[in-house]
Write a protein that binds this ligand. Sequence first.
Ligand code: ATP
Length: 277
Amino acid sequence: MTQLSRRHPRYLSLRVRAGLARAFREGLVVPEGLVAHGRGEAFDYLLGERTTAAAWKAERLAARWLHDAQRPVLSVNGNVASLASNEIARLQRALPRLRVEVNLFHRTEARARAIARRLRRAGVTRVLGLRPGVRIPGLSSDRAWVDAAGIAVADVALVPLEDGDRTAALRRLRKRVISIDLNPLSRSSRDANLPVVDELTRALDHIAREAERLDGRRRLRPARPARPSWLRAEAIREIRARLTRAAARGEVGPPPWPRSTGPRPVRGTARRSRRRR
Ligand code: ATP
């Protein structure tokens, strides 16, 4: 196996990729999952590989919704289990009612069992979805199969790296859907009641931290309403601002590009500087 140097500027990203490639060889992740990861990485790059202020707001609210829910469920696919089993275990410790359900687009029994094993090894308990007996109406793929004690009866569903059809189908069943997806333009982000536009492990870590803070608190103020369009718009504005700054300064190379310090780009700067070259 290739040795990764910690000094490599993209060390973390390379390490995550190596982990996913291993999970692929072990049968947890499918090739389509590797491609989906690439789409996520691209958006993370554009967002500066850090949690934006708006995403933090969404994560705090997500923790609150999950904390207040009667039957919260987290839906897990191969990528999610490979990338974030430890974070899921931590979230479940903070939210004892949380159930974790394996749900796969490309489903085989062996794959579902391997994913459940990975989750249990990380400390996740009550893993559902191994014998799903209920179908969500309006979906043709295997993702329609859900557990009668899990997503079928959930009031709040946390769906990381979800596909848009299923998000919409869950909404039709009147569930409150929280998505985690780096792409603010995806159908999942657009259809979720609460879109968290952040990288999976960062988002789960923040939600868990916030849930730990809420744990044991008796009197909480009513949760603020979600503003899904604003949350997505903030992510898009962040991407646009970063690209504008990068274009104005002729920057190349990996993020983090300089934070929002420094002069704001003046309109048309990019075009003028190109002409000078
Ligand atoms: P949709 O059907 O919702 O329009 P899609 O077809 O782009 O979405 P899928 O391929 O089903 O999406 O799911 C992958 C989604 O997950 C992508 O939108 C991608 O940006 C996002 N994603 C991939 N890896 C991560 C990650 N580590 N953290 C957060 N989001 C991720």
